[in-house]
Design a protein around this ligand. Structure first.
Ligand code: NAD
Length: 409
């Protein structure tokens, strides 16, 4: 199954509950616009580098398209389409005034020099500059892109449209970025995990966690949970895993990673495989790395009591059925990892206001948005006796559908 089919499957589940007609279903599923561009640059060697860039704009009925740009060898139209649609539902679930978009360039950024990355980014921006903009489509960092890439996009875009920092979010703080954006997704995942545990009479401090992925999202999630007294008993990255039944010292691990670039070899824990991590007997399992982690067999082997999806699209539909049948609650990605886009929204607002908010205001507003959205979806799921994923899609589709209906065709 392809990524877009998986998203459409979840959409269809909720669309049936809402009794949507085929026409409305098609209207809500079909992307508004798909752009594919050829991005040719001169490599440092003097040879030509040929790349393909994508931007899929899924829906803008509730506000400008919003979503990340990936630089990764697997970027293609199918992946961009799936992730653009997920962004539409994510911005609707947490009720921020944006639609959904996604895109990127098919490349391996680890094989490009900084100068090549800059040329690639500027050429890609040149090719898509007329379809992006502060009130049209606002890209952000995603896998393989960072605040530096956003700074180059802002600079290139300004050649066509003048000074418009709100054209991208996730910029460096010194160049109109927002305090609190870097840690926002992990902070939000920790808040959502806390709220989910509270519905079961549990606290973060009294619970054990396993986290797959120790990049931006995984490491900040671990850090915020550990601050609340959580016992992080297993973590992993692409190179390997670590386990310690007494809890891993997250701050010491972060210091280790800052020097060694990966978690392998850290002395405060024993090595473990990614498979062991996914099967760990913990209260909360947090996938925070890749999409498509849980297939049917993996889902059957999971021993965690609940799952909080920090990564985008970690669960294939057949695995979702297994989790539902086994009574393992899953807080879905579009609810759990929305912290990044929430603070991106605050960055956009600050750029439009030409005014900076302090960290306490940003994290306070973020927490309120996430807690409200979590309880809205949790209560809807309980009331309708459906999974939280179905409830999140249900709420999101209803909001987007209503916006279309009010604006008229
Ligand atoms: P990142 O590149 O900073 O980190 C990814 C981590 O996953 C790294 O530690 C990497 O080593 C690890 N990893 C990669 N392959 C793995 C494998 N096979 N097994 C175990 N670990 C592996 O990326 P990120 O920004 O932390 O994003 C992680 C996930 O969260 C992605 O699915 C992304 O789409 C999603 N997400 C990110 C944000 C954000 O604000 N960064 C927002 C929403 C969703």
């Amino acid at each position: 199954m392809q990524a877009f089919e998986a998203t459409s499957h979840y959409f269809d589940q909720a669309a049936r509950l809402l009794d949507l007609s085929d026409n409305v279903r098609t209207l809500l599923l079909t992307p508004e616009r798909e752009v594919r561009v050829e991005v040719v640059i001169e490599m440092d060697s003097g040879r030509l580098g040929n790349f393909l860039g994508y931007r899929v704009q899924h829906d803008n009925s509730r506000g400008p398209f919003k979503g990340g740009l990936r630089y990764h060898p697997e970027v293609d139209d199918d992946e961009s389409r799936a992730l653009a649609s997920l962004m539409t539902w994510k911005t609707a679930v947490v009720d921020i005034p944006f639609g959904g978009g996604k895109g990127g360039v098919n490349c391996d950024p680890s094989k490009l020099s900084k100068a090549e990355l800059e040329r690639l980014t500027r050429r890609f921006t040149e090719k898509i500059h007329d379809v992006i903009g502060p009130v049209k489509d606002i890209p952000a960092p995603d896998m393989g892109t960072d605040d530096q890439v956003m700074a180059w996009i802002m600079s290139e875009y300004s050649k066509y449209a003048g000074f418009h920092p709100a054209v991208v979010t996730g910029k460096p703080i010194e160049l109109h970025g927002s305090i609190g954006r870097k840690e926002a997704t992990g902070y939000g995942v920790a808040i959502v995990a806390r709220e989910m545990l509270a519905t079961r009479g549990r606290t973060v401090g009294g619970s054990t966690f396993a986290i797959q992925g120790f990049g931006n999202v995984g490491s900040f999630t671990a850090r915020f949970l550990a601050k609340e007294g959580a016992k992080i008993v297993a973590v992993s990255d692409v190179h390997g895993g670590l386990r310690n039944p007494d809890g891993i010292d997250v701050e010491a691990l972060l210091r280790y990673v800052a020097v060694n670039r990966n978690i392998v070899g850290f002395e405060g824990a024993l090595p473990c495989s990614n498979e062991e991590l996914l099967r760990a007997d913990v209260d909360v399992l947090i996938p925070a790395a890749l999409g498509g982690v849980f297939d049917k067999a993996t889902a059957e082997a999971v021993r965690a009591k609940l799952i909080v999806e920090a990564a985008n699209g970690p669960t294939w539909p057949e695995a979702d059925e297994v989790f539902n049948a086994r009574g393992i609650p899953v807080v879905p990605d579009i609810l759990a990892n929305a912290g990044g886009v929430i603070v991106s929204y605050f960055e956009w607002v600050q750029n439009l206001q030409h005014f900076r908010w302090p960290l306490e205001q940003i994290q306070g507003e973020q927490e309120k948005k996430q807690v409200d959205a979590f309880h809205d979806i949790h209560e809807l799921a309980e009331r309708k006796k459906i999974s939280m994923r179905a409830a999140a899609f249900y709420r999101a589709i209803a909001r987007v559908g209503r916006a279309h209906a009010l604006a008229g065709i």
